[in-house]
Design a binder for this molecule. Structure first.
Ligand SMILES: Cc1cc2nc3c(=O)[nH]c(=O)nc-3n(C[C@H](O)[C@H](O)[C@H](O)COP(=O)(O)OP(=O)(O)OC[C@H]3O[C@@H](n4cnc5c(N)ncnc54)[C@H](O)[C@@H]3O)c2cc1C
Length: 319
């Protein structure tokens, strides 16, 4: 079965992943699919069901992922048709591929408040919801009303209400097989001018704090936020400026590992390993990665049965 003639979106082979990620790291993926509709996702799911051993990954804006030199699987990405942003009263509905910052700007322009804190976070709204992205002590989950998607294993469309998803710090239990297609956010009436000023302030603040080199944002989850941050621990150990290959612990922000030019996944992983060992030895914390490290070796998602069970649990964790 060949995918290309079956779907409305684009299918390419041997697509380099580096240009699709903010890290600018990653060699070719065997198959790269830009899905434009649920119909496309259904075809992809059928393909995956017929090729059980082929792993796959959903890719949003690529701002929280680290790809290998070769991804032996299928990468599925939302296209333009899955990226529209609409308003209905104080609810904003955005296609999964919509840029998070664009949604923030549209909300402000429509006089809807409460989303300014997400300003400047790179990537798509689908990725933000999957990873419960946030800043300044707030999370996207606090604004989510419902999430629509397509389960690539069960091959069905589903709508999850916000209280059917288990949220926690920088994560959710949305299954890796659940391709988010649309997110509805509940916002509140606000002032356009106040929101625009706040967005500008946040963007400037981010510029002043974050490295300008390619990265995927904070590498590690803070072990005990806000009291113990990974950045502080790493800085105290003198890692700022430490370099392996072209991966470097940013001299500006110790929790960022930057790509100086031609860093590979192996370079970044070697630095991650050194940092984890040193932090464990000196401070006793087991740092966990916030970035998603992609390998082809994982058991194909469609073989794991836990997936569907993860969806639908009722909890308010992390809210
Ligand atoms: C400079 C910089 C600053 C950052 N600052 C912050 C910050 O302040 N706060 C913060 O929380 N994060 C921050 N990040 C990390 C990143 O921007 C967020 O995690 C972002 O929400 C990821 O979205 P994405 O679309 O790029 O996801 P991707 O990197 O494409 O994917 C991340 C994960 O989400 C999954 N995913 C993506 N799209 C979908 C979808 N449609 N359906 C199902 N699963 C999907 C992927 O499979 C993957 O597991 C920063 C990153 C950078 C580079």
């Amino acid at each position: 079965m060949h995918l290309a003639p079956l779907i409305e979106g684009r299918v390419t082979t041997n697509e380099r992943m580096a240009p699709h990620t903010t890290y600018r790291i990653g060699g070719p993926a065997d198959v790269f699919v830009v899905a434009e509709s649920v119909k496309d996702l259904r075809k992809v799911a059928q393909f995956l069901a017929e090729h059980e051993d082929v792993p796959y990954q959903i890719l949003g804006g690529g701002s929280n992922v680290l790809y290998p030199d070769h991804y032996q699987g299928v990468v599925i990405h939302p296209g333009e048709e899955l990226s529209a942003i609409e308003r209905n009263g104080s609810t904003i509905t955005a296609g999964a591929g919509a840029e998070m910052h664009e949604v923030v700007l549209k909300a402000a322009a429509w006089g809807l408040g409460g989303l300014d804190f997400m300003a400047g976070i790179p990537g798509s709204i689908g990725g933000a919801v999957k990873g419960n992205a946030g800043a300044f002590g707030k999370w996207i989950s606090q604004k989510v009303k419902k999430v629509k998607g397509f389960d690539l294993t069960e091959r069905v469309e589903k709508t999850l209400k916000e209280d059917e998803i288990q949220w926690s710090y920088r994560s959710s239990n949305v299954s890796p097989a659940f391709f988010i297609t649309e997110v509805a956010l509940k916002l509140e009436p606000g002032s356009r001018e106040a929101s625009m000023a706040e967005i500008e302030r946040i963007v400037e603040l981010r510029k002043s704090k974050h490295p300008t080199e390619p990265s995927a944002g904070s590498v590690f989850v803070n072990p005990r936020p806000p009291d113990v941050t990974a950045g502080r621990l790493i800085e105290e150990l003198g890692f700022k400026g430490r370099r392996i290959g072209d991966a470097m612990c940013s001299p500006r922000h110790a929790n960022f590992i930057i790509n100086l030019d031609n860093a590979t996944q192996a370079d970044v992983m070697a630095l991650i390993g050194q940092i984890k060992n040193a932090v464990k030895e000196r401070f006793g914390y087991d740092l966990a990665e916030e970035i998603k490290i992609i390998t082809s070796q994982e058991e194909p998602v469609c073989k794991k049965e836990v997936r569907s069970k993860e969806i639908g649990k009722k909890s308010n964790g992390g809210k």
